[in-house]
Design a protein around this ligand. Structure first.
Ligand SMILES: Cc1cc2nc3c(=O)[nH]c(=O)nc-3n(C[C@H](O)[C@H](O)[C@H](O)COP(=O)(O)O)c2cc1C
Length: 341
């Protein structure tokens, strides 16, 4: 993180707008993104940051309309706002403000101050610690009240968290993930694209899914949620410890949905996703993410029909208790932030 540290705003030294921008982008880059593409860059001057989606980092095969790119940018937006709060600034955000440029995801300004609430500081403390999980979970139930809080928060962000409560609906979501994974593994274009974002061990790349972030062999859960094949046939990945191989619970299976399916909804979904991930992390709960079934149109429709309320599935998640050992990398903030005079 940059040199500024978050303190109560009354105690804050006066910092320049450029220092605030650097601090905010330092944090925002730790948002989750599909295949760790980090499909964003930042510009602005004075007390303003503009978050742009970076089309060159969009997955043209898996994500031709840019939905997952915008979800990733929505997660970066939430993180940037939280970083401003950690400095005691009130973030003023305008989402998709420029009709002429749909890649301008948000304009973020800071003018007024109020001390961060304790929960905001707690969420912020997880920004660099949270990791995507790929494997099973232990048997411990989630902290009481967590799911209700996550559901309420998602609605506040313009999304919804739908929890698969019975075995039948859990099995149906798992089957959609399994089918999507099978379809994608048989399609050479998907396989090539995934391989391009799955660097080999020892790579110095600061993007893509690190071999230190997935298990060397699949950990089966019940029902089973197959992970993406990041190692594509190589002997890559973290050794599976006996503790991890014993963690076979799928955890709480959920769908993140939005009432409509426009770019603004995708940004809302990303905003909701990052709030959910950080809130869960404060309770020792990690999430495994699956976007395969929403990348295949007909499978997405199957999931949608199961929801029965005309909403649009954006992501499948499993939530559970685990100890995280995954490593994740990011591009240096200086390479994604461009400030004018
Ligand atoms: C829109 C979106 C889709 C994702 N889809 C998957 C997925 O299908 N499988 C997976 O293992 N991780 C998925 N992820 C998690 C990313 O791979 C992860 O955020 C990225 O590698 C960075 O790692 P970190 O979250 O541990 O920091 C997704 C994340 C986002 C934001």
């Amino acid at each position: 993180m940059s040199a500024i540290t978050a303190e109560r705003c009354s105690e804050l030294p006066s910092v320049s707008a450029d220092e605030v921008a650097a601090y905010v982008v330092d944090a925002a880059v730790w948002a989750p993104s599909v295949h760790n593409t980090q499909p964003w860059w930042f510009s602005g001057r004075g007390a303003e940051i503009i978050l742009h989606a970076d089309r060159r980092r969009q997955l043209s095969v898996a994500d031709p309309v840019g939905r997952e790119m915008m979800i990733s940018c929505g997660a970066a937006l939430f993180t940037a706002k939280l970083a401003l709060r950690s400095l005691g600034y009130i973030a003023e955000a305008r989402v998709l403000p420029d009709h002429a440029d749909p890649l301008v995801v948000a304009r973020l300004r800071w003018r007024h101050r109020s001390p961060p609430a304790e929960y905001e500081s707690r969420l912020f403390s997880q920004v660099t610690r949270r990791r995507s999980h790929r494997g099973g979970f232990g048997p411990l139930p989630l902290v009481p009240g967590l799911l209700d809080a996550l559901r309420r928060d998602a609605i506040r962000d313009g999304a919804a968290l739908r929890i698969a409560t019975d075995d039948g609906s859990r099995a149906a979501v798992a089957a959609a993930v399994e089918m999507a994974e099978r379809v994608e593994r048989q399609d050479s274009m998907y396989v090539r694209e995934l391989a391009a974002w799955a660097p080999s061990p020892g790579s110095v790349r600061r993007d893509g899914v690190s071999p230190l972030s997935y298990p060397a062999r699949p950990v089966r859960t019940s029902p089973n949620f197959p992970s993406r094949d990041f190692a594509h046939g190589y002997d890559w990945g973290l050794p599976v410890s006996s503790a991890a191989s014993g963690a076979r619970f799928a955890g709480v299976v959920c769908l993140l949905t939005t009432p409509a399916d426009y770019p603004a909804d995708w940004v809302s979904a990303g905003h909701a996703l990052q709030r959910l991930l950080l809130t869960s992390a404060t309770c020792g709960v990690a999430a495994a993410l699956y976007s395969q079934p929403v990348e295949i149109d007909w499978l997405r429709e199957v999931l949608r029909a199961q929801l029965g309320d005309c909403s649009y599935p954006q992501l499948v998640l499993r939530l559970g208790s685990t100890v995280q050992s995954a490593v994740s990398v990011r591009r240096p903030p200086g390479s994604v932030l461009f400030r004018g005079e």
